[in-house]
Design a protein around this ligand. Structure first.
Ligand code: C5P
Length: 221
């Protein structure tokens, strides 16, 4: 309905980990469950937005009213994100693998009997958030996440500038946030830091989407 806060808006969201192949049966990944990103996609859809959710490999159902694009690697995620542009706002929640193997093996790597492990040569993945931050089709509002285990606010502030984002949602993952249902976040913007109490990921999502709707409404349509 036209009276919902995000009616007529396109919101682009990434969520989950990426998997970077080592060989046909092995990959590099991380502990992201995708829960927070999926909760944000659900909240955006409830708020009336058209939602594109680019999801890494996760075991989660697609939220109602969300257009889901499944990907595996960081490079696939970047391609899917760029294909989904333009968007009014992009919220990059995915825990993208920083590195991939320089050259994934076509066949399963074998122990060769020498006792020497197979060398793993890594190369850096594209930074999807930073790419959007400097894109010709940069969304009007660009939000990144920062999972940190220490100096959470300091690292988030540095990340804002480096990535060209408007907001960084920083969370302390030194506890059991990853895979858990609750999250305590700080919203770092050019104007300062807004610290929210620990709450369910679904409530973080609703509150963040409310803030996104408010920010978009105060800019031009
Ligand atoms: O640099 P760091 O990985 O801590 O930054 C986290 C933020 O950047 C998140 O919003 C994440 O989705 C995004 N990111 C990305 N592409 C990468 C690495 C991180 O979009 N290759």
């Amino acid at each position: 309905p036209a009276d919902l806060p995000l009616a007529g808006r396109h919101i682009l969201i990434t969520a989950g980990p990426t998997h970077e192949p080592i060989d046909p049966v092995r990959f590099i990944a991380n502990r992201s469950s995708g829960k927070q990103g999926f909760a944000i996609a659900a909240a955006a859809a409830r708020a009336g937005a058209r939602v594109s959710l680019v999801a890494g490999p996760v075991h989660l159902p697609t939220p109602a009213g969300v257009d889901r694009i499944d990907v595996e690697t960081a490079r696939e995620m970047l391609a899917a994100v760029e294909a989904a542009l333009p968007a009014d706002a992009a919220i990059m929640v995915a825990a993208v693998a920083d590195w991939r193997t320089a050259d994934a093996a076509g066949q399963k790597l074998k122990k060769d009997g020498s006792g020497q492990p197979a060398p793993l040569v890594l190369t850096e993945n594209p930074d999807i958030l930073a790419t959007l931050g400097h894109h010709v089709q940069r969304p009007a509002l660009l939000v990144g996440f920062a999972a940190e285990t220490e100096k959470v606010a300091d690292h988030a502030r540095a990340k804002l500038a480096r990535k060209g984002a408007d907001w960084i949602v920083a969370n302390d993952v030194s506890g059991d946030v990853m895979g858990g249902d609750a999250n305590a976040v700080h919203i770092v913007t050019a104007d300062g830091i807004d610290t929210w109490p620990s709450m369910a990921k679904a409530d973080v999502a609703d509150r963040l989407i409310e803030k996104v709707a408010h920010a978009l409404a105060s800019r031009s349509h």
